[in-house]
Structure formats: structure tokens, C-alpha cells
Write a protein that binds this ligand. Structure first.
Ligand code: HEC
Length: 150
């Protein structure tokens, strides 16, 4: 064995290491993609209404105040699990009515409390938005957030 690192050995380590980790990176990227498509995304219930609801969510920039699965602003509550928080798993109709009532009642105008604006959404927009939030609540987040308050 050579006592010192030769030029060719250094080159081989450099190229070998670069290609090895590039390969690992490509494999992990493919794995993430397939995991998102096949495991963590519930494609079978991804309806037109859910897609429209996402557009309502984007048009009104709810994310400027709220987080959705941790992404967004920390001014207002996490909404990735708001469907579960409102009891949507046990009583879907009740949760839907409660969420609509909440959206319609804004702003509450309670002194010293953060306010949410009134968006004047139509019945259809509210239904689509809630379909979107319901669908989002079913994304497999491996138990995140750790508590129900998000
Ligand atoms: C300007 C900031 C702001 C924007 C934009 C905003 N919200 Fe809110 N939202 C709030 C605040 C603040 C609260 C908590 C208010 C409270 O508890 O009185 C809240 C609460 C909520 C809640 C109740 C959460 C819970 O756990 O009780 C829902 C549902 C909600 N927002 C949905 C939306 C949707 C949907 C949009 C977009 C159409 C939106 N918000 C846009 C500030 C905002």
C-alpha cells in the first residue's frame, strides 16, 4: 500500500464519492416522489371540489396568517387538522356547519384578541374550502402535529 495519497487515488476518491452520493440523492428523490404519490397522498378522494377549495385557499391567501401542515405564518391557528379539531371524524355535518358559521362570524371584534377578516365567501366556496380542509386532514403526516391544537 502506498504511504502517501497519490494523485490518482485522490481523484478516484473525489469522483467515486461524488457519483456515489449523487446516486444516493437520486434514489432518495425518487423514493420521496413515490412515497408522496402512493402513500401519503389520498388520490382516490381528490375531487374537483377539493381542487376548487385549494384555489379559494390560495385566492384569499389564508396562509398569510395560518399554517397548513406547518407551512405558512404563525399569526393564526394551524388548519391542517382543523377538521379533526372541529370533530369532523365523528360528526362531518356538524363540523361543516361549525366551520361555515365560524367563517361567517368573522371578525369577532373581541378586544385584545387576534382578528380574522371577513371574506364574504359564497356557500359553494365555503363547501369547497371545507372539502379541501377535510381532505388535507387525511394526509398521512406521521403523527404531526403532536397535539390537537396544532
Ligand atoms: C389576517 C389574518 C388571517 C387570514 C388572512 C385568515 N385568517 Fe383564519 N384566523 C385568523 C385568526 C387570528 C384566527 C383565530 C381567531 C380567534 O381565535 O378568535 C383564525 C381562525 C380561523 C379558523 C378557526 C380555527 C380554530 O382552530 O378554531 C378557521 C377555520 C380559519 N381561521 C380559516 C381561515 C381561512 C379558510 C382563511 C382564508 C380564506 C383564513 N382563515 C384567513 C386570522 C386570519
Amino acid at each position: 500500500m502506498a504511504e502517501r495519497l497519490t494523485k490518482s487515488a485522490a481523484r478516484n476518491i473525489f469522483y467515486g464519492g461524488s457519483f456515489f452520493f449523487l446516486g444516493v440523492f437520486v434514489i432518495l428523490t425518487i423514493h420521496s416522489h413515490l412515497y408522496i404519490k402512493n402513500t401519503s397522498t389520498d388520490e382516490s378522494t381528490l375531487t374537483e371540489a377539493v381542487a376548487r377549495g385549494k384555489h379559494v385557499w390560495e385566492r384569499h391567501a389564508c396562509i398569510n396568517c395560518h399554517t397548513l401542515l406547518g407551512e405558512g405564518a404563525y399569526f393564526a391557528p394551524e388548519l391542517g387538522n382543523v377538521w379533526v379539531r372541529y370533530g369532523g371524524r365523528e360528526d362531518p355535518a356538524g363540523a361543516r356547519a361549525a366551520l361555515k358559521a365560524w367563517m361567517r362570524a368573522q371578525p369577532l371584534g373581541i378586544e385584545g384578541r387576534r382578528q380574522m377578516p371577513q371574506f364574504n365567501l359564497t356557500e359553494q366556496e365555503l363547501d369547497d374550502l371545507i372539502d379541501f380542509l377535510e381532505w388535507t386532514s387525511r394526509i398521512d403526516t406521521l403523527g404531526w402535529p403532536p397535539n390537537v391544537a396544532g
